[in-house]
Design a protein around this ligand. Sequence first.
Ligand SMILES: NS(=O)(=O)c1c(F)c(F)c(SCCc2ccc(C(=O)O)cc2)c(F)c1NC1CCCCCCC1
Ligand SMILES: [Zn+2]
Length: 257
Amino acid sequence: GKGHSHWSYEDLKHWSTDYLDCGGTKQSPINVDTAQAIFSPDLRPIQISGYSLPASEQLKLKNNGHTVVLDLPDSLALTGGYAQQYRAAQLHLHWGSPSGPGSEHTINGQRFAAEIHVVHYNTKYDSFTEAMVHPDGLAVLGAFLEVGHAENQYYHEILKHLFEIQEVGQETLVPGFNIAGLLPANLKFYFHYNGSLTTPPCYQTVKWTIFNQTMLLSHHQMSMLVSTLRSPDDEILQNNYRPVQNLHGRRVLASFQ
Ligand SMILES: NS(=O)(=O)c1c(F)c(F)c(SCCc2ccc(C(=O)O)cc2)c(F)c1NC1CCCCCCC1
Ligand SMILES: [Zn+2]
């Protein structure tokens, strides 16, 4: 590939010239048309283990110029809902701006304020980099974030550090906390489909789970998310979401009716 050739959300049409897979037929994100989703009762509840980390565990939080990434130890495991076992690699967020929402996936055309992605890799591969080039290599858990009345104490564990990493490349350490608190309490109701990374290299190696229940943050928390970090051109990092991609005949499964 072009190594670290710089891509941006403003210049989407060049993604597929620099990264072949970005022009593929199993790309993400997508719009979920709930009327077309296929109810699949065999889809088991998603089960996670090892997500509750002691404060003694320090996690790296980085502004990589495209999002805020929290590195996760591979002690966090996806143990149910997928045919194989996956372990966590990192989590990151996608958001909009004060004037509009910025989730990557949409539901019946509705875009949500923001979206969390918890990225996992299949443990049958020796490393993340090995896993990410195989069709069953990656599993990403996605949940939508919306503005509610109360402050979310779990998201606060990340958001309170954003001011320390305003500039691209800056990183800080975050004490461990219960990462499960960033995901819905109910992991039974979700959509499932085969797609891709939503950023170059766009590898078509992601089994996506999009939860039906949304996470609620306070208005102040959401405004911190959309107005603190800077991008490589030293603008405020906003609208870091890829437009929805064509399904090309793919089916979206639903674990609920
Ligand atoms: N939705 S997603 O999962 O496709 C995704 C995005 F949409 C993303 F936008 C990102 S961030 C962009 C990729 C990137 C850039 C720089 C660095 C660094 O300097 O460390 C790291 C990564 C991002 F990191 C991810 N997740 C990554 C995909 C990039 C390659 C593998 C790394 C783990 C998963
Ligand atoms: Zn993402």
